[in-house]
Design a protein around this ligand. Structure first.
Ligand code: ACO
Length: 428
């Protein structure tokens, strides 16, 4: 949707007006293509938010479930506890919706202005529809396209790169990037080699087109499918459709060669960080904060800390609180880093991740927007509530209409007289 169309819809945002002015005016849009001097365009992160389930599962809780010890988990992974969904209403879409909603609130942007929502997830709500479409409906993103992105734990970085490309190509003005997971529903809680590692949660950022230099300035994406079997959910897809046998053998759960993944991860996290900084033209010494995928504290230590010699205070780690939340880990860590005052305008950030596939990715970010969040007034909150209630009502109304059609249409079809071919009128 163009800026003009948004304005006609009365969906302006104070924040967007203040910080973003990289859109074409109507007069510019009417100029012939060759005369049009395009303003430089950047993809800025203007909103962020995260959501984790309330239920905390500590290492000591896991000692009651599998043959493991708090000390083993802490020393081998750095994890102390993780969040786990507790009720059936808590799903990948519900967590993603809450995180995305917070990102919209930080940016003070009306949901109707979002052009695209990408949900990176390894634990989607369904094979289809996309979890992104459910989030789109939940939030009333009535002008947005929506799709899921599957690149395992690298998914958030991949999605950020795609979102940036959409903005730089001029195809989207506002893109929501969500990483959301309920991996606790995909782990075998009797397998100590995997169940201690993962947790649930969601994080989101809102990207906006801007003429303010900075934002997501470079990205590096990679894959090596020869390592596909090192980390996989073997069954449930077209290679091994769900059957009594796949379920009884537990092949619909995560299976992993931990040591091999560890070796790959330590090498690739350092390489990808180096490459993306080269692309962005930022020396390692000028990095202010690395936000790595939070899979294992030792992987972070052996990669960005030791190989790139980036000091500990410039690498954000919160794996002890949440475990590996896959696509959600980087945006959750970014949000907490912001809350703790570790991100400021002018900072050079790197997001770097790895995952099943095997895949890896990194994004360089020049943080360019203020961290202060808009004041939350009673009136603003009421307006937001009304917007989300209207979205819920709209969704219910559309479902109801479809139900009525599905009842009425077959009867109407049955009553419609069948014409013989000779009765058909010739088309003019
Ligand atoms: N508690 C106690 N002992 C355990 C546990 C546990 N939870 N898990 C394994 N062990 C035992 C093993 O059985 C083994 O015993 P053995 O020597 O008698 O055979 C011993 O501990 C050592 O096992 P290793 O696998 O060598 O342990 P390691 O130090 O490599 O740590 C770990 C294992 C934590 C899994 C590590 O290899 C790792 O973090 N790998 C990367 C995993 C990862 O990041 N995966 C996510 C990728 S992102 C995505 O796409 C989802």
């Amino acid at each position: 949707m163009t800026a003009q169309a948004h304005e006609e819809n009365g969906t302006g945002s104070d924040y967007a007006a203040t910080h973003l002015n990289g859109h074409y005016s109507e007069a510019e849009a009417e100029q012939p293509m060759l005369d049009k001097v395009q303003p430089p365009c950047y993809a800025q992160i203007i909103g962020w938010g995260y959501e984790v389930p309330d239920r905390v599962v500590t290492n000591h809780d896991l000692e009651q479930v599998v043959d493991t010890q708090d000390e083993w988990i802490r020393t081998r992974t750095g994890i102390q506890e993780r969040r786990v969904v507790a009720v059936s209403e808590e799903t990948t879409a519900s967590l993603g919706t809450q995180a995305a909603r917070k990102a919209l609130e930080v940016a003070d942007l009306h949901p109707a202005r979002v052009d695209l929502v990408i949900c990176a997830t390894s634990s989607p709500e369904h094979f289809f529809p996309a979890t992104a479409s459910i989030i789109q409906d939940n939030l009333g993103l009535i002008n947005a396209g929506a799709f899921d992105l599957s690149a395992a734990c690298s998914g958030f970085v991949y999605a950020l790169s795609v979102a940036r490309a959409q903005i730089l190509a001029g195809d989207a003005e506002y893109v929501l990037v969500v990483g959301s997971e309920t991996l606790s529903r995909w782990v075998d809680w009797t397998d100590r080699t995997t169940c201690v590692l993962f947790g649930d949660g969601a994080g989101a950022v809102l990207l906006a087109a801007s003429d303010v230099p900075g934002g997501v300035t470079a990205s590096v994406l990679g894959s090596d499918g020869s390592g596909a079997e090192l980390l996989t959910i073997p069954a449930g897809g077209s290679a091994a459709p769900a059957s009594l046998e796949t379920v009884s053998s537990g092949s619909h759960y995560i299976q992993m060669d931990g040591r091999a993944v560890f070796r790959f991860a330590t090498r690739i996290m350092a390489d990808a960080t180096r490459q993306v900084l080269d692309k962005a033209g930022v020396p390692v010494s000028e990095v202010d904060l690395v936000v790595p995928h939070q899979a294992n504290k030792r992987i972070i230590q052996h990669s960005v800390l030791r190989q790139l010699k980036i000091p500990e205070d410039k690498v954000y780690v919160n794996v002890h609180k949440y475990g590996n939340t896959s696509t959600a880990s980087i945006p959750i860590a970014l949000c907490e880093a912001i809350e703790e005052g570790k991100v400021a305008p002018g900072d050079n950030l790197v997001f770097v991740g790895f995952g099943a596939g095997l895949t890896w990715g990194a994004c360089a970010v020049k943080w360019s927007v203020p961290i202060e969040q808009p004041e939350s007034t009673w009136w603003k909150n009421t307006q937001r509530q009304a917007t989300y209630q209207a979205a819920a009502a709209r969704s219910m109304w559309k479902r109801a209409i479809r139900r009525i059609y599905s009842q009425v249409e077959p009867r109407a079809m049955a009553r419609r007289p069948v014409r013989r071919p000779e009765e058909e009128q010739p088309t003019p």
